[in-house]
Design a binder for this molecule. Structure first.
Ligand code: 13P
Ligand code: SF4
Length: 347
């Protein structure tokens, strides 16, 4: 039963003490988050794992790329586990290293040595390694502005992987006009741009988050008609149109902080993942909070980590079976860490 599972998880946590560390992303289910030693957005979790030297076993409650990042940033003796190997990220899967190498060949032919790659942490370790090798850095949604500005101190142009929306919204915010943004289509190996090619400043990889793309202009219009006093806040993985029609946008942490500071009685429609929106609704009974999309928008892969998988993973550690260990090979990790460190030094 649920209670038995909860009791056993608590027992194992007690038994392993500081040898065990459970980080949980804000989009995880409540049943999992209740056992997290720390919860955070992708940047906070990367920083916290990098700083943890005590834990021998890190059971990462989040998605695959986050567990890879935790492995890269921890020592060889620390093991990182993902309670369900199917907890991937559809956005990270939209850029593979072969497509990226082909894109880079074309971009180098077209623009010479004027492009620096940036990748959202929502990407495979191989893509992070590619970026590290080519002078670039990782970014998260909470430091994207800072990192895009930094990238322009390195080269004239940026290739932004794999989320076109975070790339477009961030570049637009720092003053790059939409007319100077091209799209790289990885399915057809094609650069799509309307104007003169020398005007391109940002090349956006054609990827997206299947959760945040579900917040639409229709959802915004509906909220505006139904609740005229409601403010709309969305994650920058939403489309440019949705972000521009909202009152505010920002990373997962920014949305949480904004709700903390919001006045009692204020009304909010939030455009981000369902588990987090539901938690914010519970934590702020003095405010009226709804999901921008009434069908809520869960991240199905995040939700694959549940109580039974968490318990299974913990039992495997107790039994020294060590299943679902996430291990990035040394060569990849060496270059990926360069990309991550360029971000962590500045973030
Ligand atoms: P952040 O935690 O950086 O806001 O990212 C959101 C997300 O989609 C994680 O997968
Ligand atoms: Fe990936 Fe989007 Fe889910 Fe985050 S919310 S893990 S970006 S699919």
């Amino acid at each position: 039963s649920r209670e038995q599972m909860e009791t056993r998880i608590a027992e194992i946590k007690q038994q392993l003490g500081e040898k065990l560390f459970i980080p949980g992303h804000h989009y995880q289910k409540d049943e999992v988050i209740q056992f997290a030693d720390t919860s955070g957005d992708s940047l906070q979790l990367a920083q916290i794992c990098a700083a943890n030297e005590k834990a021998e076993h890190i059971v990462f409650c989040g998605v695959h790329f986050m567990a890879e990042t935790a492995d890269i940033l921890t020592t060889d003796s620390q093991k990182v586990y993902l309670p369900d190997m199917r907890a991937g990220c559809s956005m990270a899967d939209m850029a593979n290293i072969f497509q990226t190498d082909r894109a880079w060949d074309t971009l180098t032919e077209t623009f010479g040595d004027t492009v620096v790659p940036l990748t959202y942490v929502n990407s495979t370790a191989a893509i992070k390694a590619f970026v590290g090798k080519n002078g670039g850095a990782t970014v998260t949604s909470s430091n994207a502005h800072q990192m895009v500005k930094w990238a322009f101190t390195q080269k004239e142009r940026i290739l932004f992987l794999p989320d076109q929306h975070l790339g477009r919204n961030t570049a637009y915010d720092i003053g790059i006009p939409l007319e100077q943004m091209a799209i790289w289509d990885p399915i057809n190996d094609k650069l799509v741009f309307e104007g003169a090619i020398e005007d391109v400043k940002v090349i956006l990889w054609k990827g997206h988050c299947s959760v945040h793309e579900k917040f639409t202009v229709q959802n915004i219009n509906h909220v505006r008609e139904t609740y005229p006093d409601m403010r709309i806040i969305v994650h920058p993985e939403c489309s440019r149109e949705v972000v521009s029609l909202s009152n505010d946008s920002g990373s997962t942490k920014y949305i949480i902080d904004t709700m903390e500071k919001a006045a009692p009685g204020s009304q909010w429609a939030i455009g981000t993942e369902m588990n987090l929106v539901n938690r914010l609704i519970q934590q702020h009974p003095d405010k009226q909070i709804i999901s921008l999309n009434p069908s809520m928008c869960p991240c199905l892969t995040m939700n694959r980590i549940d109580l039974p998988h968490l318990l299974w993973s913990l039992e495997s550690i107790v039994n020294k079976e060590e299943v679902n260990v996430i291990k990035v090979d040394e060569l990849t990790a060496k270059d990926a860490i360069t990309a991550l460190e360029r971000m962590l030094e500045r973030a």
